[in-house]
Design a protein around this ligand. Structure first.
Ligand SMILES: *[C@@H]1O[C@H](CO)[C@@H](O)[C@H](O)[C@H]1NC(C)=O
Ligand SMILES: *[C@@H]1O[C@H](CO)[C@@H](O)[C@H](O)[C@H]1NC(C)=O
Ligand SMILES: *[C@@H]1O[C@H](CO)[C@@H](O)[C@H](O)[C@H]1NC(C)=O
Ligand SMILES: *[C@@H]1O[C@H](CO)[C@@H](O)[C@H](O)[C@H]1NC(C)=O
Ligand SMILES: *[C@@H]1O[C@H](CO)[C@@H](O)[C@H](O)[C@H]1NC(C)=O
Ligand SMILES: *[C@@H]1O[C@H](CO)[C@@H](O)[C@H](O)[C@H]1NC(C)=O
Ligand SMILES: *[C@@H]1O[C@H](CO)[C@@H](O)[C@H](O)[C@H]1NC(C)=O
Ligand SMILES: *[C@@H]1O[C@H](CO)[C@@H](O)[C@H](O)[C@H]1NC(C)=O
Ligand SMILES: *[C@@H]1O[C@H](CO)[C@@H](O)[C@H](O)[C@H]1NC(C)=O
Length: 566
């Protein structure tokens, strides 16, 4: 019976990593939300295709990649009958998930409900769930065992946990923190390693003897020009000012994105789940498309909009910077946790080229899912001290000539203003579900990414914005106070308001800049346009930070084509 937990494991892992936090919330928390959403999508499929729930369950499993499909079908064998019976009795996905015990009514907690109910029953959710469960007495024992305790699944959980907790590449033979695989903190996050057996060979290194034989910095430029008998790297890169880029940040910098196609029955297909394992292996983040370290144009059906990034522009200026990027951003990171996370940044102060570091914590110091959310917000003093500590640490790892740009927090007031009465992707089939409904559901389960801003309480939203302004001032003050030895620094208010103005002037609608599923993060369009705004700020305010254009870029393209790609 235990293999039924495979599907369950997947969903738990998926939703558990949403805010970098395992086993959070009340009334079943993330388990309850994941169950309710999946069962809701199944119902939508049956409405959309005018088919039975049994057929929709099968349809849903068939959309999944083959290895996961097997687990899905086993799960359906066990859970299908109670789900079918639930819908026959006109119960909602909320009640059905109570019946399979993934949702609970914890003592003293209000009931949480996502889908509206036609039933006039005055029984509690738990009682209705228990009534439905009567014919399936073995269900609770099936689901009380934690998926990650099961043999076989245990090992998978361990791998996930290690990568998710340490933020280092899963495959990294030489231990230089640059890998050859893409996901699991590999080359989607940090430039691809061109030799995983030597820790001296990696992106960001200085070339050694013109890289006449070995590409020490992995920028794809190496070997000898036989017509001049000089190394190519000397000819093309000697006179340029190499500059890599790194970002220290949270889920916004990591580019958190849950594809809306996964939740919208009209858009479900085999294609939208094709890269499921890769996407989960990247913690639902898309650093490869982000506004700081983005380096490819997406061709998957899971995301809309092109990639424009600070890294791509540094590469455009000087192709010698190829692959020199590090995205050291973690979902849920705040001013405290970033101090540990920063230690996974890799730079050799003596032997590597300078780095432009973006230090950007835009929300988690005021955002949390606790019901007493204000008590869990960072204070000015804490923010100020931690920023100083972070800058002092960077001074011990950055090569001389580096630059650090700190940013303030985003103004999250805009989220509720823009979205609260719009329809969420989950409500496009069946009765409409607004963002404010989804926000309060997540708040009820205490798994909201931000109670302060995603709240219908105007006073609370205004307080959260005011604290965010205060914390931005703390970052600004610390940046101005600290006297670095190895870099120079600057501060920038997180320019989302300018990004919105710019987007409107291009004919866009502001809500398009927000992630449609979570109603909280910045979308692909938002990343591209924020990166435009930051780049032009750098050009106007820190022109001496930006290296001059390399006159040999065309030669590099001619000789080395795509420089080994990404
Ligand atoms: C749905 O299917 C049933 C029988 O399978 C049929 O009677 C009904 O007309 C269909 N409804 C729609 C809207 O197609
Ligand atoms: C539920 O409603 C029925 C009548 O509809 C009433 O008899 C019963 O007392 C109610 N139960 C509770 C717990 O309120
Ligand atoms: C590149 O710089 C190195 C060290 O400064 C120098 O020895 C070499 O001659 C230069 N090569 C070219 C082609 O300018
Ligand atoms: C990405 O796509 C956009 C829009 O189609 C295009 O303008 C841009 O050149 C592409 N960039 C790369 C790196 O392929
Ligand atoms: C927060 O939750 C606790 C129990 O977890 C409850 O006792 C308390 O009343 C709640 N506070 C608010 C403000 O809702
Ligand atoms: C901030 O740092 C100063 C000096 O290290 C210390 O005296 C103060 O207590 C710290 N404040 C907080 C809130 O951590
Ligand atoms: C934040 O945005 C709201 C609009 O959503 C605006 O009223 C407010 O002035 C902004 N606050 C700051 C500090 O920019
Ligand atoms: C709104 O939030 C404020 C600040 O947290 C709180 O004092 C107030 O009681 C809340 N109002 C409601 C109606 O919950
Ligand atoms: C922001 O800082 C000001 C000045 O220090 C203070 O009066 C105010 O209470 C702070 N607001 C919040 C929400 O922390």
């Amino acid at each position: 019976m235990s293999t039924a937990s495979g599907m369950y494991l997947l969903l738990v892992v998926l939703f558990s990593i949403v805010n970098g936090n395992l086993a959070r919330g009340v009334n079943g928390g993330v388990d309850c939300a994941s169950c309710t959403i999946v069962v809701g999508v199944i119902e939508h499929l049956s409405i959309l295709y005018n088919e039975t729930i049994v057929t929709s369950l099968e349809r849903f499993c068939n959309y999944l990649p083959s290895d996961i499909k097997t687990y899905c079908k086993v799960a359906v064998d066990y859970l299908g009958p109670i789900i079918v019976e639930g819908f026959l009795k006109n119960e909602t996905p909320d009640i059905i998930c109570h019946s399979i015990t993934l949702c609970r009514d914890d003592p003293g907690q209000p009931e949480c409900r996502l889908f509206s109910s036609k039933s006039l029953s005055n029984l509690s959710h738990s009682q209705r769930g228990a009534n439905l469960r009567q014919r399936y007495p073995w269900l609770p024992s099936l689901l009380t065992s934690k998926a990650c305790d099961l043999p076989g699944i245990k090992e998978i959980c361990k791998i996930f946990e290690e990568v998710f907790n340490n933020h280092m590449p899963l495959v990294d033979i030489d231990g230089d923190r640059f890998g050859t695989e893409e996901s699991f903190r590999g080359s989607a996050w940090r430039g691809k390693d061109c030799d995983d057996f030597s820790s001296k060979i990696r992106p960001g290194a200085r070339s050694v003897m013109g890289d006449y034989a070995i590409d020490h910095n992995c920028n794809g430029i190496y070997g000898m020009d036989s017509s001049t008998n000089k190394p190519w790297e000397e000819e093309f890169c000697n006179d340029t000012q190499r500059l890599g880029i790194a970002v220290l940040g949270d889920s916004v910098s990591a580019h958190f994105h849950i594809p809306e196609q996964w939740l919208d029955a009209r858009q479900l297909s085999v294609g939208v789940f094709e890269h499921l394992v890769y996407i989960i292996g990247n913690e639902l983040d898309w650093p490869q498309l982000s506004g700081t370290t983005g380096h490819i144009n997406n061709t998957w059906p899971n995301i809309e909009g092109s990639t424009r990034s600070l890294f791509a522009r540094l590469f455009e200026l000087d192709h010698c910077n190829h692959r020199d990027y590090q995205n050291i951003a973690v979902n849920g990171a705040n001013s405290k946790s970033i101090l540990d996370i920063a230690k996974t940044l890799t730079r050799d102060q003596q032997n590597d080229v300078p780095l432009l570091v973006i230090y950007s914590l835009v929300g988690n110091d005021v955002c949390n899912g606790h019901n007493d959310t204000i008590a869990h917000m960072t204070t000015y003093e804490e923010m100020y001290n931690r920023t100083l500590t972070g800058l002092a640490y960077l001074d011990t790892v950055l090569p001389i000539g580096s630059h650090v740009l700190t940013t303030g927090l985003a103004n999250g007031s805009i989220l509720y203003d823009l979205l609260h009465d719009r329809v969420h992707p989950l409500g496009r089939v069946g009765p409409p579900i607004t963002y404010s409904k989804v926000y309060s559901y997540l708040e009820c389960l205490e798994i909201s990414p931000c109670n302060g801003w995603l709240s219908s309480n105007d006073t609370l939203r205004a307080f959260t914005s005011e604290r965010a302004v205060n914390l931005s001032i703390a970052v600004h003050d610390a940046t101005n106070t600290y006297s670095p030895k190895n870099f120079d620094s600057g501060y920038l208010d997180f320019p989302f308001d300018q990004a919105i103005q710019e987007w409107i002037s291009q004919g866009g609608e502001p809500w398009q800049l927000i992630e449609s599923v979570d109603g909280f993060h910045i979308s692909q369009y938002g990343h591209a346009i924020t990166s435009d705004v930051i780049w032009s700020w750098l050009q106007s305010n820190k022109p001496h930070w930006l290296p001059p254009a390399n006159p040999h870029n065309a030669d590099i393209e001619r000789v080395f084509k795509d420089q080994g790609g990404y």
